[in-house]
Design a protein around this ligand. Structure first.
Ligand SMILES: [Zn+2]
Length: 332
């Protein structure tokens, strides 16, 4: 009896097909069910061919170079909790990559549900750093069994102390594969003692094109290296933490004001706007991590007035209370 199993996934997953044929007396009889033919990507998009015999069945996997269609949303952003999501639309449904997990798993699930996803969709959580507004330790036990933490090498110590360094943790340096067809590039920025990772994610598209997401929060001060890394991204999520006047006039203790504004804390609205100008995002900007006490959405937006007037890109201020409207990352 020849077993014959058809594994078929469309290009949306990045994994094109598996054509299986029975290994009979005449050798392989390749089968091409209609669905398989319909889902085949053109050969120039194949970056890997795995051809292996599994029992009596020949398996051919062709992996495409391009990423699944993806969207980006900020679930919540403030000094009480930060978490964003990349939603990957695969043939087996919606999958999710969280960037930071500063909300409780329950609240994260509620916000994911407003976007048609849930905690069970999470495949990985990529961490900028481990401050408590970016890492809620309930995730150590709440992470779905198949999912992984993705952590900068410089954060292994703190990840271990917070319980997030397990056999389900991937460690990266400067470049890494986030998901199939999605390359991550990280740059460690000054933030308190251990720094925070800022990211550029490049999504491979058919025809050799890419689309990109920049993500920069808790980055201390603008830097040319960061501007170069994020240059020309399609979508940019970046912190716009405080208004200098409100910060100065607040009744916060001096040491806290110094920590925030001293170059290893957060970006002011003006620093954010000048860094955005240097980066030159193509389509959309999302402002992150506005201080509740020392900022307002109006003050943050005012710094981007010339670009808004010129219609250079869409601008959204992330809220602590609701997820932003998802922004397509892989749209033409
Ligand atoms: Zn923070």
């Amino acid at each position: 009896m020849i077993t014959n199993e058809i594994l078929l996934e469309g290009p949306a997953t990045g994994r094109v097909d598996a054509i299986l044929g029975p290994m009979g007396e005449q050798g392989l009889q390749e089968q091409r069910p209609d669905d398989a033919v319909r889902h085949l990507a053109p050969p120039e998009l194949w970056d890997e061919l795995v051809d292996e015999a599994v029992g009596e069945v020949r398996v051919i996997h062709r992996h495409t170079k391009f990423a699944a269609p993806a969207r980006f949303a900020v679930l919540s952003s403030s000094s009480s909790g930060n978490s964003s999501v990349i939603l990957h639309q695969t043939s087996s449904g919606t999958r999710a990559t969280l960037i930071d997990c500063g909300l409780s798993p329950k609240r994260t699930n509620e916000l994911l549900e407003t976007l048609g996803a849930s905690i069970d969709c999470i495949d990985r959580i990529v961490m900028t750093h481990f401050d408590s507004d970016h890492f809620n330790s309930s995730w150590v036990s709440a992470l779905p069994d198949h999912a992984r933490f993705v952590v900068h090498r410089g954060h292994r110590g703190v990840a271990g102390r917070r319980g997030a360094l397990t056999r389900r943790t991937d460690v990266f340096d400067d470049t890494f594969e986030l998901a199939h067809g999605v390359r991550g590039r990280a740059i460690l920025m000054k933030h308190d003692d251990l720094g925070a990772s800022a990211f550029r994610f490049d999504f491979a598209m058919p025809g050799g094109r890419t689309r990109s997401l920049g993500y920069a929060t808790d980055i201390g001060a603008p830097s040319q290296a960061l501007a170069r890394t994020l240059m020309g991204v399609d979508v940019l999520a970046i912190e716009s933490n405080y208004c200098p006047v409100l910060q100065r006039e607040s009744d916060r203790p001096i040491y806290l004001k110094r920590r925030i504004t001293g170059g290893s804390g957060h970006l002011s609205n003006g620093q954010c706007a000048s860094l955005v100008r240097a980066i030159g995002p193509r389509r959309a900007v999302v402002l992150l991590h506005l201080s509740r006490d020392c900022n307002t959405p109006e003050a943050a937006l005012l710094e981007h007035a010339p670009e808004l007037e010129a219609g250079l890109y869409d601008l959204v201020v992330a809220s602590p209370d609701a997820a932003t409207e998802p922004i397509p990352l892989t749209a033409d």
